[in-house]
Design a protein around this ligand. Structure first.
Ligand code: MTE
Ligand code: MO
Length: 334
């Protein structure tokens, strides 16, 4: 993907060419602005900094045409690491409905039509409902969160997502006592998705969570990235993001959220149950049968010949998630 023309962005009063600035610089600058705001005694609500990017000018996004999603940064969920460049986040993808190569989704996902889009929320709940994507965008305040993202293949990124906790939707759905798991079913339309012709996975792509995992404050119902609506290759118009689990649990382009009593079948677990467990929590101590999970390569930073960085238990989110797995043998429930 080539940048077509020079973009100029206005950042805290400076006029800088987009090509001269990294995502990190943008975040550093934003953090300085946020700190200044805090020092000036601006109101801070619920531990989250109520300060959107709109308050201080344009965001360094390489795609000037994409729709902006204005969201307040939730500082509680901003990992203090260099953010992966937009270019990598949007061209190095796994989305098998558009092909199995890393650049296939960005090249082929132009055929996906993310609008209009409806999501059916159904199953063991008191309020089943088919939501329009525009309605879901307004259901709860959008937040920006910067999460680590670890693929089971051994690479990682740091990504600024926009969304709100899935718990906001679950609360409105009112699960019955029988709701023990949540299943995510994604679009499987061969007319929009060329990869569906290849029966590698059992389409539609399906994923699942235990109810407490679905309700965990980290679990983000996600509609945007880098301050804009999701590009098709990142799972437009709506996906989940589960930063303590391997990336494949974060289902893209969701059309159904179903509450169920039994642990639901999931695409990767069905494909190779001994390789991809239902839980799939990031765990450096439990290797994939064909490779180690102890280290990872950070996309955009670590070259192929650099020593890799250590993978963290629960991808570093232990304090927020470890209690959900207390007493469980994580080698058995991998
Ligand atoms: N529907 C669907 N969702 C999916 C996938 C997929 O192939 N199809 N790939 C998963 C995998 S393996 C990863 S690592 C993440 C990648 O998300 P990203 O491309 O936004 O980084 O999406 C996950 N969600
Ligand atoms: Mo992945």
């Amino acid at each position: 993907m080539l940048i077509k023309r020079e973009q100029r962005i206005l950042l805290a009063g400076e006029d800088i060419a987009a090509s001269d600035i990294t995502a990190r610089a943008v975040f550093d600058n934003r953090r300085r602005v946020l700190q200044a705001a805090g020092a000036a005694g601006l109101a801070v609500a619920g531990g989250a900094l109520g300060f959107g990017r709109a308050a201080f000018g344009a965001y360094a996004s390489p795609d000037a045409k994409a729709h902006k999603l204005v969201a307040a940064t939730n500082a509680k969920f901003v990992v203090d690491e260099k953010v992966t460049p937009y270019q990598d986040v949007t061209t190095y993808n796994n989305f098998y409905e558009f092909g199995t190569g890393k650049s296939d989704p960005s090249q082929n996902a132009g055929t996906l039509r993310p609008h209009p889009w409806r999501i059916s929320v159904e199953g063991e709940i008191k309020n089943p409902k088919v939501y329009d994507i525009d309605e879901l965008l307004k259901l709860a305040p959008l937040e920006e969160r910067v999460y680590r993202h670890r693929c089971v293949e051994g690479w990682s990124m740091v990504i600024p997502w926009v969304g709100y906790p899935l718990a906001e939707l679950i609360k409105r759905a009112q699960p019955t006592n029988n709701a023990k798991f949540v299943q995510f079913i994604t679009l499987a339309d061969p007319s929009q998705m060329p990869g569906i012709a290849d029966p590698i996975l059992n389409w539609p792509y399906s994923e699942g969570l235990r109810m407490d995992e679905a309700l965990n404050p980290l679990t983000l119902l996600t509609m945007g990235v880098y301050g804009q609506v999701l590009p098709n290759q990142n799972g437009a118009p709506i996906r989940v993001v589960l930063p303590w689990k391997y990336g494949f649990k974060s289902a893209k382009s969701i059309v159904k959220i179903r509450f169920v009593e039994q642990q639901p079948p999931t695409s990767w677990n069905t494909y190779a149950p001994h390789e991809y467990g239902f839980y799939s929590n990031v765990n450096p101590n439990v290797d994939h049968p064909r490779w180690s999970q102890a280290t990872e390569r950070r996309i955009g930073e670590d070259g192929f010949f650099k020593p890799k960085r250590k993978t963290l238990m629960f991808n570093g989110y232990g304090p927020l998630v470890a209690s959900m797995y207390q007493g469980m043998d994580l080698r058995k429930y991998f």
